[in-house]
Design a protein around this ligand. Structure first.
Ligand code: ADP
Ligand code: MG
Ligand code: MG
Length: 207
């Protein structure tokens, strides 16, 4: 995976987020304040605009995107996604080409970043409930000898399952937690967008 691939991911993610912004906002309207799709759309447009034009290492692409998202995205999700991307980028260091193990380490760094900042536990009905199973599925695929594209596909599939699994959960973090038991029965918007972002990555890495 090169800098071109990761820039392609950010661009494709921006397209999918834009296409799905209304759906994400509807999910957020049910248990939050109805801005998630709009927040992410603004953030990912800013990330695309901030993509380096010179030939920098892949890690720097993610750091630049993350920084733009932190500065341009409102709400809880901006700092969380921005931190995830920045931490992932830092984990990649100055490597010119990222292999499956290296990208797995970056995904772990992203998850650690979200956990450090948001303090959500598994089952709190947040983006962690999509990202944590995605990282676990990636690890399993990697240990089975899968190539990078197959590891990413496993992660994207697990994130989608994880997002669905937030429906019966009661929120214990973020705005949705203010609803208490009334948060049950709706998919968490951030978990859904995490699944979307990993689907974008899987589309980009191909195979
Ligand atoms: P806001 O709630 O500030 O309007 P968004 O609507 O953009 O922000 O994002 C809401 C999403 O952010 C939630 O669906 C949830 O997935 C995620 N989120 C909120 N708080 C946390 C947290 N403490 N840890 C992890 N994720 C969180
Ligand atoms: Mg919101
Ligand atoms: Mg908001």
């Amino acid at each position: 995976m090169t800098n071109v691939d990761l820039a392609g991911w950010i661009r494709h993610a921006a397209e999918l987020v834009s296409a799905d912004a209304d759906r994400l906002t509807r999910l957020d309207a049910a248990i939050g304040d109805g801005d998630h799709g709009h927040n992410l759309d603004r953030g990912f447009r800013a990330a695309v605009d901030a993509l380096p034009t010179d030939d920098v290492p892949p890690g720097k692409v993610l750091v630049a995107a993350g920084r733009a998202i932190v500065s341009k995205t409102g709400g809880a999700s901006g700092p969380l996604y921005g931190t995830a991307l920045r931490r992932a980028g830092k984990a990649l260091g100055d490597a010119e080409d990222v292999d499956a193990a290296g990208f797995g380490a970056a995904l772990h760094a992203a998850l650690d970043g979200v956990r450090d900042l948001g303090k959500a536990e598994d089952g709190d009905k947040t983006m962690v409930d999509a990202l944590a199973p995605a990282v676990a599925a990636y690890d399993t695929a990697l240990a089975d000898g899968a190539d990078l594209a197959a590891c990413v596909r496993a992660a994207a599939d697990a994130a989608a399952v994880g997002a669905e699994a937030t429906i019966p959960m009661q929120a214990r973090k973020g705005r949705a937690s203010y609803l208490g038991p009334r948060s049950v029965g709706h998919m968490d918007p951030g978990a859904s967008s995490t699944a979307l972002l990993l689907r974008a990555l899987s589309d980009t890495t191909g195979s």
